[in-house]
Design a protein around this ligand. Structure first.
Ligand code: GLA
Length: 403
């Protein structure tokens, strides 16, 4: 190669090099370029917290996995069995996290194998701070070590909380763990549990697969039994999560917290509303009850496959409230194939008539379509421009309109 050609090459390559930002990329930007490709529909599964809190143990998790397989939940799409807070023991001499030996005597790896053997996936919980919300060791300063441990244990899902984080920056804290999970070499769904304080919907799209938008759900329809400021009854969660509909999509979901269906604080009508509204908001459907001992009403709600199909629709759009008049509301979710899911929701104490028009659904006035009631499981008269239904107090009518 002549000196002139070499010189020309040096200028071209050199100039190119300088045009690349060398140190400009933050961890967050690096992670943003590598979404993990998971959770293309909202994650479904079970989590121990809402029912068992810190009383979780390996028998409960095994019994739940068995029941998820035998009750039909697994086949209906509930996939992840997630142990929430309080599974942890101390860190060992090398800083590796261990399990609480009294509650999990067989160890987490054995439990994960058990869950996998039932055709399910396994999830676990940690925290970006020094301590978890339940006072167990958090992952701060051990992010890569913990991600490696989870990968060795066969973990498929990590819920990552935000207690004891002091003045830590949430975007940085979650980007760090996202990078650690990615570096572990295992596909792990990343569930951001920051309660919406730092507005993760604005920055977490390629960091996590779902992000909590609110404080903790209370097993209550309105504020009657609210015990703490950070607890929200169903109606409050709805109003906090609804305006964020634009930020959800395949791989990145708004998470209005786990389901309370079957935990006893609401009536069957209210639980049906809870499940319907979570489905129309394309929320993760993470059951939070005692699956091994659930009654028939609970089972019929959690296993309503027509409502689940609305949640899991491939288009991945979060539905929203298109009309409200006092306690009466109309919610619409666009589905694939030009269909729409509708929820007619009555917050009030008296039965109410609620209607939906073509305009509210984004349809031309004369359009004809099939109309199906997703709780009665029956076809109604055909849609030809409007629908009016009677809705019970605190209840819903849920429909699918299929052109
Ligand atoms: C926080 C979370 C809950 C649960 C508990 C565990 O409150 O928001 O979902 O994980 O911590 O301590």
């Amino acid at each position: 190669m002549s000196r002139i050609v070499k010189l020309a090459l040096w200028f071209i390559l050199g100039a190119n090099l300088w045009s690349q930002p060398l140190f400009a990329e933050t961890t967050q930007e690096v992670v943003n370029k590598a979404p993990n490709g998971l959770a293309l529909t909202p994650p479904m599964g079970w989590n121990s917290w809402n029912k068992f809190a810190c009383n979780v143990n390996e028998k409960i998790v095994r019994d739940t996995a068995d029941a998820m397989a035998s009750s039909g939940m697994r086949d209906a799409g509930y996939q992840y069995v997630v142990i929430d807070d309080c599974w942890h023991g101390a860190r060992d001499a090398n800083g590796f996290i261990t399990a609480d030996a009294e509650r999990f005597p067989s160890g987490i790896k054995a439990l994960s194998n058990y869950v996998h053997s039932r055709g399910l996936k396994f999830g676990i919980y940690s925290d970006a701070g020094r301590l978890t919300c339940g006072g167990r060791p958090g992952s701060q300063g051990h992010e890569y070590q913990d991600a490696l441990t989870y990968a060795r244990w066969g973990v498929d899902y990590l819920k990552y909380d935000w207690c004891s984080t002091g003045d830590r920056n949430a975007q940085e804290g979650y980007a760090l763990m996202a990078d650690a999970l990615r570096s572990s070499g295992r596909d792990i769904v990343f569930s951001i549990c920051e309660w919406g304080t730092a507005k993760p919907w604005l920055w977490a799209k390629n960091t996590g697969n779902l992000w909590r938008t609110t404080g903790d759900i209370a097993d209550d329809f309105d504020a009657k039994h609210k015990a703490h400021d950070w607890e929200h009854p169903l109606l409050q969660i709805l109003d906090l999560n609804e305006p964020l509909w634009r930020f959800a999509g395949p791989g990145h979901w708004n998470d209005p917290d786990m389901l309370e269906v079957g935990n006893g604080g609401m009536t069957p009508i209210e639980y049906r509303s809870h499940f319907s509204l979570w489905a129309i908001m394309a929320a993760p459907l993470i059951a939070g009850n005692d699956i091994a001992h659930m009654d028939e009403v609970t089972r019929s709600i959690l296993l309503n496959k027509e409502v689940i199909a609305v949640d899991q629709d491939a288009l991945g759009q979060q539905g929203r409230r298109v009309w409200k008049d006092g306690d009466r509301e109309l919610w619409v979710k666009p589905l694939s194939g030009g269909a729409r899911a509708l929820v007619l929701f009555n917050r009030g104490e008296q039965p109410a008539m609620i209607s939906a028009t073509a305009d509210q659904l984004g349809y031309p006035p004369g359009m004809r379509a099939k109309l199906r009631d997703l709780w009665a499981h029956r076809d109604l008269r055909r849609w030809s421009g409007s629908f009016e239904g009677r809705v019970e107090p605190h209840g819903v009518v849920m429909l699918k309109v299929q052109p």
